[in-house]
Design a binder for this molecule. Structure first.
Ligand code: FAD
Length: 446
């Protein structure tokens, strides 16, 4: 241990700091192939005071700090940089308050997303944002990436469920933003600014979150199509008809095949795409709008519905079995979904690249997953070329580079295409105000 790490160890209670390089390295990656730097050490924070002490020490010694939840991120946001300290919030797991009459919860950042949802359901409530990773991701990571999920088509993304935050700034000062009320407009919306800031502006140590009434009755359908474009057109029709689905997910043939090879779901040879849709009340109108489907199944029990949605939640792990994955995250206006889908298929064929697509289709949010050889350290040139075309097509359709995963490091080279120079300058100015020494997650997001 050198003087720097000794000073960190003395600033914190016993057992908080890992300096063993092999153990520290195991906290250096997220779920991407992005090669991590070597951290000086890892802090396993258990309280806000641990975070304050770490950031004061880091400011004093100008050491970069990489905040980390569960490391399930898909943009390289939580990957270590050389000589940093990884600040893990995963052990701050208290649900401090759950107040059913106000429909709010106050939680620490390391709470697993699904654990909060389960706690809320004991009171007839739910925590709506449910990324597919909700059994493994943390609330802190969800907040820092403004995560989306399956239910977001009805209830909005993480930002729509946040009322207030407790944040530690780079110099160790603590602030609270927002409120416990359903409304409130005092001052600038700093809560909204921290949500989605990918650990570059402050470290979130608590959040006041909005809960919703859990629906009493939901109806779920699964529709199979012999053409991906037809499935995308059915999504556009469902949205245009004002059906208000509470979940509307799409999977292409490559994804379904990967799931079938793994879990044997009885996939028909002619099926090219599947839509899974859910509505509170009846799903009849949505089923009728899937008029080009070759088969529509309606679940008659909650168990059957959970099974159908479970198939969708397996998609990412199934694709990881095919090779290394570059997971993209473009989002387009929902009427443009069929055109975007067609472009992705055409780009895959022209570059000879395997792209397996799943989509939070009700939001127009597509995850084209570019699969490449496990033996390669980085995606090969043709994958980057195909991804470049997909990004540009999404922007041309009025879309965005990232609907929910964040920019991290993987999307930085395309950022200017979407934001332009004035926004880039403002981003840098905001970063300077919050983190003048540039120690918080440097090199990420902006
Ligand atoms: C199988 C699978 C499915 C997925 N499905 C979805 C999905 O449906 N929707 C979706 O949005 N994402 C999805 N993801 C991506 C990922 O799970 C989300 O981005 C999630 O929000 C990350 O949470 P985490 O706790 O793992 O954060 P990490 O990966 O540890 O960190 C993510 C970012 O947040 C920052 N951060 C973490 N905690 C804090 C904190 N307390 N304060 C400040 N900054 C912090 C990190 O520095 C980093 O920039 C999926 C990933 C996997 C592996």
């Amino acid at each position: 241990m050198n003087d720097l790490t000794s000073a960190l160890v003395s600033a914190l209670p016993d057992g908080r700091v890992i300096t063993d390089p092999d153990v520290a390295d195991s906290y250096a990656r997220d779920r991407t192939f992005v090669p991590p730097g070597r951290p000086l050490g890892v802090v396993l924070a258990r309280s806000r005071d641990d975070v304050v002490a770490t950031l004061r020490w880091a400011s004093e010694h100008r050491v970069p700090v990489v905040p980390r939840g569960a490391g399930t991120g898909l943009a390289g946001g939580a990957t270590a940089v050389d000589g940093c300290v990884v600040l893990s919030l995963a052990r701050m797991t208290a649900i401090r308050e759950l107040v059913p009459q106000d429909e709010i919860a106050v939680v620490e950042p390391g709470v697993i997303t699904a654990d909060l949802d389960r706690a809320a359901r004991e009171h007839g409530l739910m925590y709506a944002p449910d990324p597919s990773s909700y059994e493994i991701s943390t609330i802190g990571g969800n907040l820092a990436t403004n995560a989306g999920g399956l239910r977001c088509v009805k209830y909005g993304v993480t930002r729509d469920s946040v009322l207030g935050l407790e944040v530690v700034l780079a110099d160790g000062r603590v602030l609270t933003t927002g409120r416990r009320t359903m409304k409130g407009v005092t001052g600038y919306d700093l809560t909204g600014l921290f949500v989605g800031s990918e650990g570059t502006l402050g470290v979130i140590t608590a959040a006041t979150l909005r809960l919703r009434r859990a629906p009493r009755e939901v109806a779920t359908i699964a529709a199979e199509f012999t053409s991906l474009r037809d499935a995308a057109a059915a999504v556009s029709a469902i949205i245009a008809a004002g059906c208000q689905p509470s979940l509307l997910e799409l999977m292409d043939r490559t994804t379904l095949q990967a799931i079938d090879d793994w879990k044997n779901i009885g996939l028909e040879p002619s099926t090219r795409a599947m839509l899974i849709a859910q509505a509170e009340g009846s799903a009849e109108e949505m089923a009728a709008l899937c008029e080009t489907a070759s088969f529509v199944a309606t679940s008659s029990t909650p168990e059957e519905a959970a099974e159908l949605i479970g198939i969708r939640r397996l998609a990412y792990q199934a694709k990881e079995r095919l090779g290394q994955c570059l997971v993209e995250d473009v989002c387009v206006p929902r009427s443009a979904l069929p055109e975007m889908i067609t472009t992705i298929e055409e780009v895959a064929a022209r570059h000879g690249v395997m792209i397996a697509t799943v989509a939070h289709a009700g939001d127009g949010n597509l995850h084209p997953v570019f699969v490449f050889d496990r033996g390669l350290a980085e995606p090969p040139e043709e994958v980057w070329a195909a991804a470049d075309e997909v990004f540009r097509a999404a922007l041309d359709l009025g879309g965005t580079l990232t609907g929910e995963h964040g920019v991290g490091v993987l999307k930085k080279r395309w950022l200017d295409l979407e934001t332009g120079p004035v926004v880039a300058e403002l981003h840098r100015g905001i970063k300077q105000v919050f983190d003048p020494l540039n120690i918080l997650n440097p090199g990420k997001a902006i």
